[in-house]
Design a protein around this ligand. Sequence first.
Ligand code: 1PR
Length: 543
Amino acid sequence: MSKVYLLDYVAGNVRSLVNAIEKVGYTVEWVRSPEDVVKADKLILPGVGHFGHCMTQFASAGYLPAIQKHVDSGKPFMGICVGLQALFEGSAENPAVPGLGLIKGHLDRFDDTSKSVPHIGWNSANTADKQVYGLRPSSKYYYVHSYKVPYKKGEYESQGWTVATGKYGDEEFVGAIAKGNVLATQFHPEKSGAAGLRVLKAFLDGNYSEALDPKSESKPQTTQEGLTRRVIACLDVRTNDQGDLVVTKGDQYDVREKGEGGNVRNLGKPVEMAKKYYEQGADEVTFLNITSFRDCPLADLPMLEILRRTSESVFVPLTVGGGIRDTTDTDGTKVSALEIATMYFKSGADKVSIGSDAVTAAEEYYANGKKLAGSTAIEQISGAYGNQAVVVSVDPKRVYVSKPEDTKHNTIATKFPGPNGETTCWYACTIKGGRETRDMDVVELAQAVEAMGTGEILLNCIDKDGTNSGFDLELINQVKGAVSIPVIASSGAGNPGHFEEVFSKTKTDAALGAGMFHRGEYTVKQVKDFLGEKGLVVRQFEG
Ligand code: 1PR
């Protein structure tokens, strides 16, 4: 089997990349020092997180001349995400730190005045009429980044590069760039399903240019530009009364069958279900470990094994939540939230989702006059792995009041009056799976966690969870209006129409469903087909 060398110079989820490389028939060797680069025939430079941090690590370890030499020798080289950014001269993310400068140009930040930043989700890498390294104009690829190489027609082509572009709002950016032995992608091929695996394989096979199959490939002009609407499948996982790890689903967070001594609902096996949703076209899969496996040694967390197995066959982003906080292991050892997150990332997770601990951290943030502590789980994990790796999962509940002045909290005027006809409400944050309500509203929480470095908000709603009555559009609009990071709408989806409604009536960036998929009422594909029929841009599963 052919070998490919991976230069893992910063922390990140490289397990998925290794899995993807193995899936397309290659084995991985690790580069441990600049001397190892010399041995490499094919070299891949993956990267997530901060440009400055990556480049500094990279320069101080002496890799820059080694890479330059490798590229100059004509041997295959691929950069992924920050690995693409490293090839340019510099980035506004850290102007003091130079890039490799193999390509003349600089990165700047996406404009967040009218869209969410980071740019997270599936977008094009369109080479128009050219075919380069398996890239197809009609395919969508998974991106997650705040800084981009702006695309100006001719600028890179005049340096001999072929450019594949994506469009976010009205900004056109470089999604991938190639010349001879060099391919660099801003997107993550290892997280881009079959489309990404095809690019990886074409690069490793040295297949620079392969003719498009006109039967399987739509014409570039029929391609829908831009970021797709993300549909996420969520699996709440816990141990049932028999001790088996099952996917469960509650009604307003109650996961037991109705009636005295009801059992925990068992809707299936986590790994099998994740694979099923991937094959139906889910853009991401989220696992929420809803009981945090309280009595289990951390290193044996069953969720680690679930991630390891899932990431072998599911090539879309995986998020894991539940129990991510500073904690004490069963043997009394103190373990930080960052260490727990690291275990998850090493096992194949791309993002961790923090619930209860985020509320506590936000309370401290306001108590300290909006001063960042630096020590919270959100700050520690986003500092080490980048903002895009941290999701905050919010579990809010409606609280009705007669009029806005009756509370210090951020209220909304609601079309759904309360028990006494109240038309004003606010959303209280809860912790511990909704069992404890705190004196903090969703706007306060969302703004605090955004300031701490959260990359995305998973916005559940206890009132709507499991009701099949549609998303809480009022809640989603309130939170979307308060932050500029992406928001995932969650709770209440009962049919494809609810997804269409949330995308057309709010500015949500993604929508998540659980029960309707688990009970087999609808597939993810049916949801996406429906959205497509309504004219929304979606990604369809490529086999
Ligand atoms: O507090 O950091 O340990 O995280 C615990 C995590 O577990 C949180 O993300 C919290 O939302 C979740 N959680 C805790 N208890 C429950 C429960 O159900 N008893 N599940 C729970 C939350 C809600 C959604 C659900 C959507 C969509 N699950 O994720 O998937 O509401 O459902 P639907 O489409 O069927 O309506 P920490």
